[in-house]
Design a protein around this ligand. Structure first.
Ligand code: SF4
Length: 444
């Protein structure tokens, strides 16, 4: 994996979006009208060989990790699990009825949260039965779930395998007990090892670890020790994510101070150290903080120029449209984005009243769609073609200027009619995205 020259991280240290949509969620407004939203989905599903993506959001967690940026809700016992799954299945029934379809072909099914493993095994089984009995799973489909090692049981993993799940994303974060304690993620190495061993024994094909750098009390020594354990466990993929310190937004981060956080120079060292260790372990950089082994479908899709990008991140299997079920879940019909109610009571009462619980969204105009296409080409295939119309567009001069600056840093190569991302540039995809982002440019 290519090293990052000194100074480059300082020059590109602004917080930057992950571009799972364009424009990003923070720039959305009202939800699209329900008939338009459904018409967009129906249009995609009517296409020959259309494959749908389904995202199921389970918001509950039994404690709050201070680094968490998810839409989650504390739930100390399991009383909410059964009723929530009933509502989520009702929402799915509303979609099937409104789309006048009895069977959907799935290219991707993803359970995220919160902690989907908050659901006891029998409730998880009911949820997956309720979804999959109305779906045909396409060959090569991705069925994946985010799991919290502290509450993942072998029984849950057996339920997932029985329903065809092939990938686990395991919330590891770090292996240092002091670091985990201060961020309120009390979790042992043994808990992670048990999930990894069970998952491998049960036949999950892909194991991914979430790791974070820049956490309070984290040092280069502690991160080396964490990667020593990661090397033993050999995940197929790693998400190596930066910690964001925003105590004015997240009160839980006030349990420590800035003095507990690595300084900027150490943070850069931690980032570099993680990339070095992953490179030495044979992982390749996919981009947007994701790394994968060469034989992994993500790495193969990147090499073949067939990667896809959606709300779950990069994916090797493309789908025509995505429906998000559950509180705060996001969908994409290609002609519109829509997000469900973020408030649990409002989400439930709207579904129980027989309405789709859409709350926010965005209908991309022609400029949005073109910029999204250019950006997606760069994120997924490292290259895009520019047309004469692009170079005449009102947004091009500022974008071109920003890209020239990235070119001077060796992150992109500009030609008259094309843009290419360099190998080093894959470590800075968020910043390349910012060069195109008209919403970010004109709202700051
Ligand atoms: S378990 Fe996951 S979703 Fe829940 S608070 Fe921790 S990081 Fe956030």
């Amino acid at each position: 994996m290519i090293g990052i020259p000194p100074g480059l991280l300082d020059r590109h240290s602004l917080p930057s979006p992950r571009y799972t949509s364009y424009p990003t969620v923070m720039h959305w407004g009202a939800a699209p009208p329900e008939p338009d939203w459904l018409k967009g989905l129906a249009g995609v599903l009517q296409q020959p060989a259309a494959r749908l993506g389904l995202y199921l959001h389970v918001p509950f967690c039994q404690s709050l990790c201070t680094f968490c940026g998810c839409n989650m809700r504390l739930a100390r016992n399991h009383a909410l699990a059964g009723p929530y799954v009933t509502t989520l299945l009702q929402e799915f029934a509303l979609y099937r009825k409104r789309l006048a379809t009895t069977r959907l072909t799935l290219g991707e099914l993803h359970l995220g949260g919160g902690s989907p493993t908050y659901l006891p095994a029998e409730v998880l089984d009911r949820l997956l039965d309720g979804i999959l009995q109305h779906c045909t799973v396409a060959a090569g489909a991705d069925l994946a779930i985010e799991v919290d090692p502290r509450n993942t049981t072998r029984e849950q993993l057996q339920v997932l395998r029985r329903h065809g799940f092939n990938a686990l994303s395991i919330g590891v974060q770090d292996f240092d007990a002091r670091v985990l304690e201060i961020v309120n993620r009390v979790q042992t190495e043994g808990e992670v090892r048990r999930v990894v061993d069970d998952a491998r024994e049960l036949g999950f094909a892909s194991l991914s670890f979430d790791l974070i750098f820049g956490l309070p009390l984290q040092t280069t020594d502690s991160l080396h020790a964490t990667f020593d354990i990661v090397d033993q466990l050999q995940p197929d993929r790693i998400s190596f994510l930066p910690y964001a310190h925003v105590p004015w937004i997240k009160q839980s981060q006030r349990r420590y101070t800035e003095a507990d956080l690595p300084e900027s120079a150490t943070r850069h060292q931690l980032h570099a150290l993680g990339r070095e260790r992953m490179g030495a372990a044979g992982l390749l950089e996919i981009g947007m903080d994701q790394y994968a082994r060469p034989g992994d479908p993500l790495a193969q899709a990147l090499a073949a120029g067939t990667l896809h990008r959606n709300f779950m991140g990069f994916s090797a299997s493309g789908t025509g449209a995505l429906i998000g079920l559950g509180v705060s879940a996001i969908g994409d019909s290609r002609s519109a984005y829509a997000q469900n109610e973020k408030n649990l009571q409002q989400y439930e009462s709207r579904v129980l009243a027989g309405n789709l619980p859409l709350q926010r969204g965005h209908v991309p105009g022609s400029e949005d769609r073109r910029i999204r296409e250019l950006l997606w080409n760069l994120l997924t295939a490292s290259r895009t073609i520019l047309t004469a119309d692009d170079r005449m567009a009102h947004w091009w001069p500022e974008t071109h200027k920003a890209l020239q600056s990235l070119q001077r840093d060796g992150l992109v190569v500009l030609a008259e009619d094309s843009i290419a991302v360099t190998e080093l540039g894959r470590a800075f995809l968020r910043h390349i995205g910012m060069a195109f982002d008209q919403y970010l440019r004109h709202t700051h």
